[in-house]
Design a protein around this ligand. Structure first.
Ligand code: WT7
Length: 670
C-alpha cells in the first residue's frame, strides 16, 4: 500500500506476563477459542453479567444473509443506570463508586449510595424540566462529578446524553447540539485550566443563541463560585435541582437493548467530526465484559482512566465499565501530563490505584520528565497498566513497564475506536505475552484481518487496511444498522486519492450491503498482522504523505525519529513545494535534559533513510517544545500542515495545548 513492500522483519520476542502478576488476575485463560466455536452465542456471557428487566430472545439478529441490520440481544430490555448503580446498593452501598480530584486539589468521594441519591435527584429534576425518553441532553462541563451524575440520570430516564468536552468552542458546541436536536443543556459557570478560571457562560450563551431553536432548559453547575445567573428564564442551578429533589426516586426506565444510550463525537484529527450513537444493551455488555477481561477490574478494584469524560474512553472505561462492575472509578479534573509532575503518582499512592489507563502521549510526557517522579512514590498498588489512542512505540512501552509498573504490571496496548465502543484488540493481562510496539490479538469473539485495496486479506507482515470481520456487541448503531456506516472512512479515503485506495465498489463489503459472510468494517487504519495474530497499527490511513510519487506512512517515519536518542516526540507532514510537489517536514520535541539540538539533525536523517530507504529525506526539521494535540492525544497533523503551508486554520479551542500554535508559527518563520 505504500512505497515500502511488506513490513520490517519482525522477530521480536514476546514479553511474558510478569511472574509477580500471577494469581492476581481474573482472566486466567484465553477464551478466544471457545468464543469462536460458539459465535455469536458466546456473547451471552457478557450480556448475562448484566441485570435485564426483560430477557433477550436472540444474542444476535441479522438479515437473512447474516448481514446488517445487526441487533444484539434482540428483545432484551434493561436500564444502564440501574446496572451501574442500583444493583450494587445491597452489597456495596457503602463502597466507593467515584473518587473525584479537582483542579485546585479538592477531593470528593461518592459511595454507591451517595451516587444513587444524587443521580435520582438529578433525574427527578430533569424530568420536571420536561426531559423524556429519547430526548437528547447535552453536557458542556469540566470533569466534575456532575458529568457522571448527569450521564447516569439521563440513562435512568431513557434520555440520550451528548457529552461535549468543556474546552470546545461555542461553535463546536452549537454544531453538536443542533445536529442532535438537543434542547437541554447542563453546563457550568466556568472551569479551571492550568490554574486559571475560564468563563464558560459566555461560550454556552453564544452557542445556544446561534441554535435554530430555543432550549427548553439550561442547568448550571457552580464550579467557580460565581453567580449562576439563574434568574433568567429557562436557567436553573444544578445545586438547587439536587436540593429540591433530595429524597426523590425515579424508577429506571426499561430500554430495549438496541435503544440509544448516548451520542458522542470522534476526536477527529482530519475532516469533519462525526457523531456516533451507542446502544444500551450491546454497548454496556461488551464494555463491562472488556473492563473485566482487559483491565482486570472487579468490584474491589480502583481504576483510573485518565481520559476526559468527553471522549469515548471516559464513557467506556471511566464511567460505564467500572460502575457496571461495582468498582471504584477515579475522575480527575486535570490531565496527568498537565500538572505538577508528582501529582499523578501522589494520587495513585493516596487512592491505591490498581489500574491505570492512559494514552501514549501522556506516557511520553512522563518519560520526557524523567523517572525521578514515579520513582519517588510507592506505586505498589498498581497491577495493570493500559494504553489507548495512538501507536505506542516500544521504547515508551518499556519505560512505562519499568518505571510506572516496576516490571510487575502487564502493560496492555488496547486498540479500539469511538465507533467500536469497546476494546477489540489487546493482549490479555496475565495470559498473553506482550509485543511492545504492537497491540495484541483480536479479543474473544472478535475477528480482524488486514486487507489490500481490493478488500482481499493479505499475508503476515504485509501492510494493508485493518478490518473487523464480524459484528460485535458494542458496535455503534450506525454500523449495526448499516445507515451511516462509513462516514469517517469515506472522508478519509477521499483524502487518500490513490489507486490503491478501495473504491466505492468495494464498499459493498464494508457497507454490509453484500451477503452476510462478506460483511466487514474497514476502520481506516493501516496495519500489519504477524503469524500469531498480533496487529501492528501503523496509523490512520489518512496520515500518509506522498513524496516524489511515493507514499509514506507518517507514523512509520515518526517511529524512526522517536527511536533517535534524545528525541521525545515527532510529527511528520508534507508541505507544498514548488519543485517536488511535496516536502517532508518533521516537528520534533526533545527530552528535557537535551539542550543541544544541532547534532540531532544528521541522526534524524540517518534514521529516516534506514527506516524507509534513501528516497525519503526530511526537507525541514522544526524543533519545538510541544506538538499540537487533540484531547485524546492525537497529533493534529492537519494543523501542522496548515501552519507549514501558511494557510489559515480553523478553531483550535479543542486542542489540549492551544498555546503551542503561536510558538510553532514563530519557529516556522525562523
Ligand atoms: C483511532 C480511534 C478508542 C479511544 C481512543 C481514540 C487510533 C486507538 C490505538 C492503539 C494504535 C490506536 C486508531 C483508531 N488508535 N487505539 N492502541 N494503537 N492506534 O478513539 O478518537 O475514535 O480514534 O485511534 O487510529 O482508528 P478515536
Amino acid at each position: 500500500m505504500t512505497a515500502s513492500d511488506g513490513a520490517p522483519p519482525d522477530d521480536r520476542p514476546l514479553v511474558p506476563p510478569p511472574a509477580a502478576f500471577e494469581g492476581r488476575v481474573t482472566p486466567t485463560a484465553d477464551d478466544r477459542a471457545s468464543f469462536d466455536a460458539d459465535w455469536p452465542d458466546a456473547w451471552a456471557t457478557a450480556a448475562d453479567a448484566l441485570d435485564w428487566t426483560a430477557g433477550y430472545d436472540r444474542v444476535l439478529a441479522t438479515d437473512a444473509d447474516g448481514g446488517p441490520p445487526f441487533e444484539w440481544f434482540q428483545g432484551g430490555e434493561l436500564n444502564a443506570c440501574a446496572n451501574c448503580v442500583d444493583r450494587h446498593l445491597d452489597e456495596r452501598g457503602d463502597a466507593v463508586a467515584l473518587e473525584w480530584n479537582g483542579h485546585l486539589g479538592e477531593s470528593r468521594t461518592y459511595t454507591y449510595r451517595e451516587l444513587h441519591a444524587e443521580v435520582n435527584a438529578v433525574a427527578a429534576g430533569l424530568r420536571d424540566l420536561g426531559v423524556n425518553e429519547d430526548d437528547v441532553v447535552t453536557t458542556y462541563l469540566p470533569a466534575v462529578p456532575a458529568v457522571v451524575v448527569t450521564m447516569l440520570a439521563c440513562a435512568r430516564l431513557g434520555a440520550v446524553h451528548n457529552v461535549v468536552f468543556a474546552g470546545f468552542s461555542a461553535d463546536a458546541l452549537a454544531t453538536r447540539m443542533e445536529r442532535a436536536d438537543s434542547r437541554y443543556l447542563v453546563t457550568s459557570d466556568g472551569y479551571y485550566r492550568r490554574g486559571e478560571a475560564v468563563d464558560q457562560r459566555r461560550r454556552a450563551d453564544n452557542a445556544t443563541m446561534s441554535l435554530s431553536y430555543d432550549l427548553d432548559a439550561t442547568v448550571v453547575v457552580d464550579r467557580l463560585g460565581t453567580d449562576p445567573d439563574v434568574d433568567r428564564e429557562g436557567r436553573y442551578a444544578y445545586d438547587d435541582l439536587v436540593a429540591a429533589n433530595a429524597d426523590a426516586t425515579v424508577d429506571p426506565v426499561s430500554r430495549a437493548a438496541t435503544d440509544p444510550l448516548f451520542r458522542i463525537y470522534t476526536s477527529g484529527t482530519t475532516g469533519e467530526p462525526k457523531s456516533v450513537t451507542h446502544t444500551t444493551g450491546g454497548y454496556l455488555a461488551q464494555v463491562a465484559w472488556s473492563t473485566e477481561r482487559v483491565l482486570d477490574v472487579t468490584a474491589d478494584t480502583t481504576v483510573w482512566s485518565t481520559a476526559d469524560p468527553g471522549w469515548i474512553t471516559g464513557h467506556s472505561y471511566g464511567v460505564y465499565g467500572p460502575l457496571a462492575l461495582g468498582a471504584t472509578t477515579v475522575l480527575t479534573e486535570w490531565s496527568p501530563d498537565a500538572v505538577d509532575r508528582d501529582r499523578p503518582w501522589a494520587l495513585v499512592e493516596d487512592l491505591d490505584v490498581e489500574v491505570f489507563y492512559t494514552a501514549p502521549t501522556v506516557v511520553r510526557s512522563f518519560a520526557k520528565w524523567g523517572a525521578e517522579y514515579p520513582d519517588r512514590h510507592d506505586l505498589s498498588s498498581l497491577r495493570v497498566l493500559g494504553s489507548v489512542g495512538e501507536p505506542f512505540d516500544a521504547e515508551t512501552w518499556a519505560w512505562y513497564f519499568e518505571h510506572v509498573g516496576g516490571g510487575d504490571c502487564p502493560v496492555v496496548d488496547t486498540w479500539w475506536q469511538t465507533e467500536t465502543g469497546a476494546v477489540l484488540l489487546s493482549t490479555l493481562p496475565g495470559v498473553d505475552g506482550a509485543k511492545p510496539g504492537s497491540v495484541g490479538r483480536a479479543l474473544a469473539g472478535v475477528a480482524v484481518s488486514v486487507r489490500d485495496g481490493a478488500g482481499d486479506p493479505v499475508g503476515p507482515g504485509v501492510r494493508g487496511w485493518l478490518a473487523v470481520d464480524r459484528p460485535w456487541p458494542a458496535m455503534a448503531r450506525e454500523l449495526a444498522t448499516g445507515t451511516a456506516w462509513g462516514e469517517r472512512v469515506a472522508v478519509e479515503s477521499e483524502a487518500l486519492d490513490d489507486a490503491d485506495a478501495p473504491s466505492d465498489e468495494d464498499a459493498g463489503a464494508d457497507a454490509g450491503a453484500g451477503a452476510g459472510a462478506s460483511w466487514w468494517y474497514r476502520v481506516g487504519d493501516e496495519a500489519t498482522v504477524d503469524e500469531a495474530g498480533y496487529v501492528t497499527v501503523l496509523g490512520r490511513a489518512d496520515d500518509v504523505v506522498n513524496v516524489d510519487g511515493r507514499r509514506f506512512s507518517t507514523g512509520e517515519i515518526e517511529h524512526a525519529l522517536v527511536e533517535v536518542d534524545g528525541v521525545a516526540e515527532a510529527a511528520v507532514i508534507a508541505r507544498d513545494d514548488p519543485d517536488s510537489g511535496n516536502a517532508l517536514v518533521a516537528y520534533v520535541t526533545t527530552d528535557d535534559d537535551r539542550t543541544d539540538v544541532s547534532t540531532l539533525r544528521d541522526a534524524l536523517d540517518d534514521a529516516v533513510a534506514a527506516a524507509i530507504g534513501a528516497g525519503a529525506r526530511l526537507d525541514q526539521v522544526v524543533f519545538t517544545p510541544d506538538l499540537p494535540k487533540t484531547r485524546s492525544g492525537k497529533i493534529m497533523r492537519r494543523l501542522l500542515e496548515d501552519i507549514a503551508n501558511g494557510e489559515s486554520y480553523g478553531d483550535t479551542s479543542a486542542l489540549r495545548n492551544p498555546e503551542v500554535v503561536g510558538e510553532l508559527e514563530a519557529r516556522h518563520d525562523d
